[in-house]
Design a protein around this ligand. Sequence first.
Ligand code: PEP
Ligand code: MN
Length: 337
Amino acid sequence: MIVVMKQGATRAQVANVTARIEQLGCRAHLSEGEERTIIGVIGNGRPIDREPIERMDGVERTVPILRPFKLASRDFHPQDTLVSINGLAIGGRQLIVMAGPCAVESREQLLEAARAVKSGGGHVLRGGAFKPRTSPYSFQGLGEEGLRLLAAVREETGLPIVTEVMEPQMVPLVTTYADILQIGARNMQNYALLHAVGEAQRPVLLKRGMMSTIEELLMAAEYILSHGNDRVILCERGIRTFEQYTRNTLDISAVPLLKQLSHLPVVVDPSHGTGKWELVEPVSRAAVAAGADGLLIEVHPHPEQALSDGAQSLKPTRFADMMRGLQPIAEAVGRTL
Ligand code: PEP
Ligand code: MN
């Protein structure tokens, strides 16, 4: 359940309610809004008697949260969460575009891609150093050398970086380099990893598993939030269906649905969502029109030579064209790009 405090409730009243919740063997998560404080009560599965809490000073009402996700739910946190990195706010009026190669391949490749991202109007550089590949014989990424290259290119371009972490033991290493930790689709339900990034001091980009429901995605976010990290960005990247012409089926309805159910920012990855560069621009437009807070786009200076995902990567000129084409759509839905 959540406890909605009265407008103007004092700190002491909030502290008393928190203490009572903890006496009951539950955890209290505070959400301090502009107007009032909301306290999320995370129980141990046993029903809680709401009445004694409702009678406490400063309490306006209690509301049961019937959905299995609590901290991720909009009931708990009615206003949109803004995830800030280096002066950027993800989840606000401005759309945030994270773009770059699927994998970091070399300094030249990354720098060229980063310059294209920056000059095209992108805000964050993406690039995998540890790659989860279907085949063990495919390029697996440059590992820590890839992280060093990302950091060097951040230095040179000023673009913050998002990169994937695949194992809990690697979280401290990746955290020393990355501005945003990416959890890939294949790891969305790796609970040890979700726990580890929940304790990390970095925002997390959580990608929807390719066979996961919206509720499973929100429960994965709940793991991260419940371990103390409230900076979670959700990412719709397509799910597997019977369709064969696209790599995945991008679930556009996930965008408004996630925004209704949750306060967390939602970004869309049309590159993995479609698998085809020709579809990236039209699907990006749809994502912005549907209310996405940002996009994750694969951009490669020479897609035909890419070591992974060349078929879905945009060339620099196409990325710049796409960004220009998104402007009127962004304006039409009251956003800036
Ligand atoms: C990626 O974005 O680098 C990636 C591997 O995507 P996904 O986890 O969505 O397949
Ligand atoms: Mn990729």
